[in-house]
Design a protein around this ligand. Sequence first.
Ligand code: AKG
Ligand code: FE2
Ligand code: ZN
Length: 469
Amino acid sequence: LPRDKLNPPTPSIYLESKRDAFSPVLLQFCTDPKNPITVIRGLAGSLRLSESPQKPPKNTPKTPGPSEGDRRWREVTVAASPAGHQENNNFCSVNINIGPGDCEWFAVHEHYWETISAFCDRHGVDYLTGSWWPILEDLYRSNIPVYRFVQRPGDLVWINAGTVHWVQATGWCNNIAWNVGPLTAYQYQLALERYEWNEVKNVKSIVPMIHVSWNVARTVKISDPDLYKMIKYCLLQSIKHCQVQRESLVRAGKKIAYQGRVKDEPAYYCNECDVEVFNILFVTSETGGRNTYLVHCEGCARRRGGGLGGVIVLEQYKTEELMQIYDGFTLVRHLGELGHTWAHLGHTWGSWDTPGHTWDIPGAHLGHTWGSWDTPGHTWDIPGAHLGHTWGSWDTPGHTWDIPGAHLGHTWGSWDTPGHTWDIPGAHLGHTWGSWDTPGHTWDIPGAYLGTAGRAGTHLGHLGHTWES
Ligand SMILES: O=C(O)CCC(=O)C(=O)O
Ligand SMILES: [Fe+2]
Ligand SMILES: [Zn+2]
């Protein structure tokens, strides 16, 4: 490839008004698989994010302790991971530089991750868990285009699903970042691919994809046929796996105790190998403390020996229940191509002006923390100064997010599942609806996007973007 193709300009968007930040077209652009990374210039200014802390909304009962606003806007300064990486389960990442210095970004399309992984192998570094910084010449020699740009204070960087990226602070800079998972076919496929690869490589998947897929099937209306097919297929594999496990246990005369799930119950991971354990749990009671139970996967439970003696097998869903969810999960007719459902994973980070410096704060960068998000008005109170991010009460119809960079201020509604409560730990799911594809049409649904009607088309309209080198 010629040199200019190897140094592609980074898509950059300048917002002219606050309304532009809400545009579904902007979202469409950022989540387009063709755009590995997008910079939204001066976003903090157009959303007036610099005026912090924000006043808590009216009608919010005053609670003792630090106010929501105090916590929401607390700036944090923690580890800058200088290493190259893809996000957990190939999620998207949203990152705002809150200054005062600049950050230099490097990004490569997801398509090339295996080549970069092979470079890591050659250098004896583990791609998924190791710390590495790509040698630009290696990339160019392999014909891999590298996006490179400076993020100034107030600029928001959208890292698309699976984009390999690495960042360098060129001055003193603090950043606020979090992962988001728009429920698109591209995001789901990449999340699932990484989920499977993590299992092969014995790396924990922070997003429990089986659990999330079942919850999506139960609670989200999917109109994209590709996305629908992928989820449906995943559910089918999951049911089959449960049936195979069940039959072998029953054949061996092992008792299976049904224990339905309760509210706020998390997804489970094997205590030994960190694989997600869905529905059929192999539980041991630890002799050390009372009420201490450990969940294992079937493989690790059997490896303990003694033919599952001392292992309690719990089943969290009835077979009929899963089949009912499976059958009830149908493709719905077109609800607006820009409608997105999201899973959110909060993380906040900052960086000192010491490139190459790594902090030993466990979980500071990769250890994202999931919170319970099904409680209306619930804000996260995550232990540790390095995670100060809180979420708004997204499930209140008509509620607008007022979190810096949170899906750029879309309005969320839970109208499509009246009375529904969510129980996916670590995933915030809601809908945002776009009216761009039906010019003149306004949604008569609370919480629906009520932006500029008639801004039809697949282009950014007046949200002109430039391509920066
Ligand atoms: O932590 C870093 O290395 C820079 C930030 C980042 O990777 C992100 O926001 O996704
Ligand atoms: Fe990242
Ligand atoms: Zn295991």
